[in-house]
Every structure is written in C-alpha cells, then in structure tokens.
Ligand binder design. Structure first.
Ligand code: FE2
Ligand code: FE2
Length: 463
C-alpha cells in the first residue's frame, strides 16, 4: 500500500475516533444538562400552578366558602385560566384529573387522555413521569391538590422536551463532518508533500540500480528528513561510483595477472615436456602440435572450452617418463629387443609416477595421459592393455594426435610420411589403435589438421 494511503487511513481513523469520543461526550453532557433544565422549568411551572390553586383555596377557606359548589367551580375556572398563561400554548399542556381519572379541566382543547396504566402510574404520586398518549411520548410533572382531590399533570411531548439537545446534536454532527472533510483535504495535501519526494527517491534508486549510472543525482526537496535521505543517497552514490571504478580496475588488473600466470604455466609445462624429449629424437614442435591437434579434437567432440584447454596444457607431458629411460635404449638406431622394448614401455609408468603426486589440474591430467597414451582401442596397447572407453578420453584423443605427428615428422633414422599416407593410417587404425569416433572427427577436420601442421611454429603454442 502506498505511503499516502497509509497516512490518510491512519490519520482519518484517528480524527474520526477523536470526533466520535468528543461528540458522544458532548451530546451526553449537553443532553443531561438540557434535560435537567427542562425538568426544572416544567417543575417550576407546575409549582406555580399549585401555589395559585392554594391561594384560591385559601380565599375560600378564609371566607368559609369551601363547601359551596359555585365557589369550588370558580376555583377550578381560575386555576384553568392561570394555567393557560403559564404554559407555552400548543406545546405544553396542563390537565387536571378527578379521583376517577376523568379530566376536570385542561389548558388545551382536549387535554391529555391517559391510558389506564398511565393513570394508575401517576394517581396519588408526585414528580416527573414518562407517559405515552396514543403514539406520542410525553414527559410530565405530577402533583396532587388534596383539598379538591385533583391530580394535576403538566406535560410536554418528548420531541419538544429534547428539541434543544437534538439541535445541539445536529450542529455537532455537521461541525464534525466539516472538520473531517477539512482534515482529510489537509491530510491529502501533507501526505502528497511527503510521498512525492519519497517516490522520486525510490524511482531514482531503481533507475541507478538498473542503469549503473552513478552520476545520477536524486532531487533533495520536501521535508527535512526526505531531503537528508536524498542527500545521503547522493553521497553514497558518489562513494559507490568510486568503489565501482576501483573494483573494475582491480578486476582488469587481476584478469591481466591471471592471463600472465596462465601463459607462464603453459610455458613451464612446455619446458617440462621438452626436457623429457631432450635425449629423444623429438623436436620442440612435436609437443606443441600434439597439444594443438588434441585441442582441435576436444572441441570437435564438444568438450567444454575449459577442459579442452586443460588437455592442451597437459599434452606436452605425455612422454615425460622418457627421462627415466636409459639413453642407449632411447637413441638406439635399430629395432629394440624384447628387454629394451619393455624398458622403453616403462616410460608410461615413470611419467605417471612423476606427475601423480601433483595437485595442479594440468599435472593431474598429465599423469593420466602419461600412463595411458599408448593404450590401444582394441586392447593391444600398454602398459595395462586397456580397451575401448576404459581408456581415458583424453588419452584416446592424444593417441591419434601423437601418432599422426610422429609419422609426419622427420627423424634422423626416417623420412616423414606424406600427409595423405598419415591420414590413411588414421583411417586404417580406426577401431584398432584409435577410437573410431575420434578417428572420424580427425579425418573430418582434415583442413584444420593441415593448418596446424603448416603453422604450428607460428602459433608458439599459446593461442
Ligand atoms: Fe610415449
Ligand atoms: Fe609423443
């Protein structure tokens, strides 16, 4: 819910509840006060009539005329006339009843006709009573005039009795409504002055977050607290911009350092690879090309770039175990006898032993390749006679790359094969020495293979 709605609902509830409490209190107090005043006025008028009646009766007593009906009638007429002058005509009524509840006289034309219940309620009683005549509610003051055995009722309709308080109530409600409408209008104005700058700040923050444009500044206006918030955010924005730039510089610098470290590692691995070939007939380019052919095949197989690069780095290490092979066997120009061949084959195990203790991912892959790069798909390889997919994928890849490069490279004891013959060898050994899928991919990438063959020297192995 919006801040503006919150403020208006909260404040309106507060105002309405306050007005209700004040209104109820005021109406109750004023009604009570007005009721007391009206009752006293009614009582006063009734007492005046009683006094007048007693005065008239005293005159009869003084003159010894109390038993004469004519004078008793005269008292009745004069009290009736006096009562008409005391009450408000058409509003208040004075009615005198005999002992049977029959009307003796009344200040209005018909007087007040009581029900039996109401008559039984007021006969022989004195004070204020609430009565009902037909559908009209009455408030009446009752007194007894004993000499003539009258019961005199001075009454007024409840609607008139409470007319003043009803007027106060209506005025109060109208005033409260006016106050409420004014306050809500005022609240909407104030809420808008608070909410608009807050909304602008929120939109500005969203925009900065979305665009990363830390040069955006929020408008500092409205109430003090809102201005402070905008100013604080602007200051924070400047700090964020500086930090962001610093982070970018650090990130660029770290990327450069990482790339440098990467190149150094590749260089170190190549040197290690060359070291193993130092006593062999291999050239430095052999290990570079084997790495490039291997990466080409890994990419063609859909191996993720990060892993392909790992294979590229580890490839130069495949013959690192040759460092443990005696020089006279390694450099023997003629064919090896069985014992020499066995010694030669031990370079796989020696290479694995050299590299297997390392934690580096490149060296770990190097250890795996060193051990298994002479295994053959048909199970006739060494040192463990693994076959099919039991041979690690990287070694199945490297086997094709290694053999292809070996036959296409000149040696002191042989000429290089023509490229077509080398490709034929790959085709022939498909499913024998080589994994058929990998051999097929190698053949399918004929042009790229030739490109590596021709340009390996230029790439220097770092691309
Ligand atoms: Fe080898
Ligand atoms: Fe090799």
């Amino acid at each position: 819910m919006k801040l503006r709605s919150h403020l208006v609902i909260a404040m309106t509830s507060l105002i309405v509840s306050s007005l209700l409490v004040v209104g109820i209190f005021t109406v109750t107090v004023s009604r009570r006060g007005m009721t007391r005043l009206a009752s006293e006025q009614l009582s006063f008028k009734a007492e005046e009539i009683r006094k007048f009646a007693w005065n008239q009766w005293d005159v009869l007593v003084t003159n010894g005329l109390t038993e004469l009906p004519l004078f008793r009638e005269a008292v009745l007429d004069s009290v009736n006339s006096y009562a008409r002058t005391v009450v408000r005509e058409g509003i208040e009524t004075v009615t005198a009843f005999d002992q049977n509840g029959q009307i003796l006289f009344a200040s209005s034309e018909s007087g007040v006709s009581l029900s039996d219940d109401d008559w039984n309620t007021i006969r022989n009683e004195e004070g204020i009573f609430r009565l009902s005549v037909d559908t009209t509610e009455l408030i009446g003051y009752v007194f007894q005039f004993d000499p003539l055995e009258w019961t005199v009722l001075t009454s007024v309709p409840v609607s008139q009795f409470f007319a003043e308080t009803d007027e106060i109530t209506i005025t109060l409600v109208a005033g409260s409504l006016l106050i409420l409408v004014t306050m809500i209008a005022l609240l909407l104005f104030v809420a808008s002055r608070i909410a608009t700058p807050v909304t602008e700040i929120a939109s500005g923050m969203r925009e900065i977050s979305r665009s990363r444009n830390f040069d955006t500044r929020l408008p500092a206006r409205g109430f003090d607290e809102v201005r402070y918030a905008a100013t604080a955010f602007n200051t924070m924005s400047i700090d964020l911009k500086n930090s962001y730039q610093r982070l970018r510089e650090i990130a660029v610098s770290e990327a450069k350092a990482h790339a440098e470290l990467d190149n150094r590692e590749i260089e170190a691995l190549l040197i290690l690879g060359r070291l193993s070939d130092y006593n062999d007939h291999e050239t430095g380019l052999h290990i570079i090309r084997v790495g490039l052919y291997s990466m080409l095949l890994a990419q063609a197989l859909g191996i993720p770039a990060e892993e392909s690069r790992l294979l590229y780095r580890a490839a130069p290490l495949h013959d690192v175990g040759k460092i443990a092979v005696p020089k006279h066997i390694l450099l023997k120009p003629g064919p090896l006898d069985n014992a020499e061949r066995e010694t030669m084959q031990q370079h796989t195990i020696a290479g694995h032993r050299i590299l297997s203790e390392a934690d580096s991912p490149s060296l770990k892959v190097g250890a795996e390749i060193a051990l298994t790069h002479h295994e053959k798909y048909n199970g006739c390889g060494y040192p463990n006679g693994l076959s099919g997919t039991d041979i690690p994928l990287f070694s199945r890849i490297l086997a094709v790359a290694d053999v292809f490069d070996a036959v296409t490279t000149p040696r002191p004891y042989k000429d290089p094969w023509p490229l077509d013959r080398a490709f034929e060898l790959v085709q022939t050994e498909r499913g024998e020495h080589f994994d058929p899928t990998i051999a097929d991919l190698f053949l399918q990438n004929h042009d790229k293979v030739i490109d590596v063959f021709m340009n390996a020297e230029l790439t220097d192995g770092r691309n």
